[in-house]
Design a protein around this ligand. Sequence first.
Ligand code: MG
Length: 296
Amino acid sequence: MPLARIRTVCELEPVAAADEVRAYWAQVEVDTRSRRTLAAFLVDHLSRKDIPVPPMSEDEKFDIRYAMRTDRGLVRESNQDSGYAGARLLAVADGFGADGGSASAVAIDALKPLDAAMPAGDLLNALDDAVHRARSAINELPGHGDSGTTLTAMVRSDSGLALVHVGDSRVYLLRGGELFRVTHDHTVVQSLIDEGRLSEEEAASHPQRCVLLRALHAKTAEADLELRDVQVGDRYLLCSDGLHTVVGLDVLHEVLSTVDDPEEAVRRLVELANLGGGPDNVTCVVADLVPATPAA
Ligand code: MG
């Protein structure tokens, strides 16, 4: 606390002095929180394994070959996950709370208008608008108080690809035979990893590994937005934590690099999650960027 403010505190009656200290500390916590977010972003950005960017011709046209599968798993009573895969939109949402199933469903519904032709320059704005529509829709749910959802989605224009992400569902990219994790979990455990207080191995069995720092719910819609480079030959996996907390990275890599048909790949991934006990709902989208079929 700066000296001038300490003097103010010393001159106050005990109750007022306590209020002053409390107000000071609340501000410190707000400042620290915003600096923590910035530091985590920088750590992630600087330590991320570089994803190779092979040269490609400017006007290479692509199509998306896709499949989606969602499953209740073996333990949960209902499926609160939702998923969507279309020619222009890929999305996964993992609901929580009493109305979690509705929350994930309305979030995906809010994105569905994006599964239509869109100019490249509008992608991020359109995604941002859709996230705010999703939050409003969640706000109108009867049990919205404690309910919300993660939301991880990709949308394309003719030449671009954009990503929106909040929560702990993930995007992986298979490029040049290597598997890269594209998204950063918004979880307590991930922030401990970012601060160097927990290793990836310790995180896997941490009791708080499911606790989210950010999600889409009635109060906030703070999501990460980014544009991705487009490479024909890329394969994306979008999945809820019901997959990535159960099926290890090496197995994901093996399935994605050996099972060619997206439909067969999502079927296999869900099967593996259930073979691992199926402790949670599981949703997977597999999408391949393939050369466009020439117009007839
Ligand atoms: Mg889940």
